[in-house]
Design a protein around this ligand. Structure first.
Ligand code: PEP
Length: 250
C-alpha cells in the first residue's frame, strides 16, 4: 500500500518574512495530519529556513533542481551533497519549466535522478505531454520518451521508492486541470511502462498528479486509483489552500 504524498513546489516565490508565516502556519495547521506524507520544495536560499522551521515537524523539505555532478567547476550549480547538508529529503528533477527554458536534455535529467538517489534524496521526476501532443494523439509516446531514459539508466533499485510526477504541461499554471479520468489513465500508463522493465519497483513508485490542483478539485483527483498524491504549485503558496489539499489526500 503506497502512502499518499503531497509536495508543494514554491517555484521562484517567497521572502524570508513570507516564508516564515507560511511555514509556521503549515507546521501548526498540519500537526494532526498523519495519513499523508507532506513536503515543500523551496528555492535554494531558503533551504536553511525550511530546515530551521520544519525540523521536528512531520513536514519534509527539498529543492527544485540539483546538479548532475558531485562537485567542481560548475558555476551556479548546487550539488546533492549540499542539499543533504540542509536536511533536504526531496528534489524535483525535469520540471517542464526547466527543460523548456534551460534546455535540460532527457540524458541530463536521468543523471540528476541517479545522483539524487545516490545521495539519499528522493527525486521527484516530472513527465507530461504538451497540449499539441495530447491533441495529436501522441501523448503516450511523449511520456514514454521522457520516462525511458530514466528506466534504462536506473536499475530497479534506483527506482525503488522514487517519485514520479505526471504533470501535463497544458495544466501547469493554467487553471486547466486534467480530469480525474485523464490523470488516472496517464498514471496507469506510467506504472505499466515501469512494470514492463522493473516489476518490483512499479508497485512502490509513487506517481503524483500536478497541474492546477487546488482546494476544490484535490479530493476528486487524489482519490483516483493510481494517483498517489499531488505536486502543487500555486496552491502551495497559501497555507489554508495547501492544508486543505493535504487533508484531501486520503
Ligand atoms: C507545478 O509547478 O509543478 C504545478 C503543478 O503548478 P500549478 O499547481 O500552479 O499548476
Amino acid at each position: 500500500m503506497r502512502r499518499k504524498l503531497v509536495v508543494g513546489n514554491w517555484k521562484m516565490n517567497g521572502s524570508l518574512a513570507q516564508n516564515k508565516r507560511l511555514l509556521d502556519s503549515l507546521a501548526q495547521g498540519l500537526r494532526d495530519v498523519s495519513h499523508v506524507d507532506i513536503a515543500v520544495c523551496v528555492p535554494y536560499p531558503y533551504l536553511f529556513q525550511a530546515q530551521a522551521v520544519l525540523a521536528g515537524t512531520s513536514i519534509a523539505w527539498g529543492a527544485q533542481n540539483v546538479a548532475s555532478h558531485d562537485n567542481g567547476a560548475y558555476t551556479g550549480e548546487v550539488s546533492a551533497a549540499m542539499l543533504k547538508e540542509f536536511g533536504a529529503s526531496y528534489v524535483i528533477v525535469g520540471h517542464s519549466e526547466r527543460h523548456g527554458a534551460y534546455g535540460e536534455s532527457a540524458a541530463n535529467i536521468a543523471e540528476k535522478f541517479a545522483i539524487a538517489k545516490g545521495y539519499g534524496l528522493t527525486p521527484i521526476f516530472c513527465v507530461g505531454e504538451t497540449l499539441q501532443e495530447r491533441e495529436s494523439g501522441v501523448m503516450e509516446y511523449a511520456i514514454a520518451n521522457q520516462l525511458d531514459p530514466i528506466l534504462s539508466v536506473s536499475g530497479g533499485a534506483l527506482l525503488d521508492q522514487a517519485v514520479i510526477a505526471y504533470e501535463p504541461v497544458w495544466a501547469i499554471g493554467t487553471n486547466k486541470t486534467a480530469t480525474p479520468e485523464q490523470a488516472r489513465a496517464a498514471h496507469s500508463f506510467i506504472r505499466e511502462r515501469i512494470a514492463a522493465l522493473h516489476p518490483g519497483a512499479a508497485e512502490s513508485v509513487r506517481i503524483l498528479y500536478g497541474g492546477s490542483v487546488n482546494s476544490r478539485n484535490a479530493a476528486q483527483l487524489l482519490s483516483m486509483s493510481d494517483i498517489d498524491g499531488g505536486l502543487i504549485g500555486r496552491g502551495s503558496l497559501d497555507a489554508d489552500d495547501f492544508e486543505s489539499i493535504c487533508r484531501a489526500a486520503c
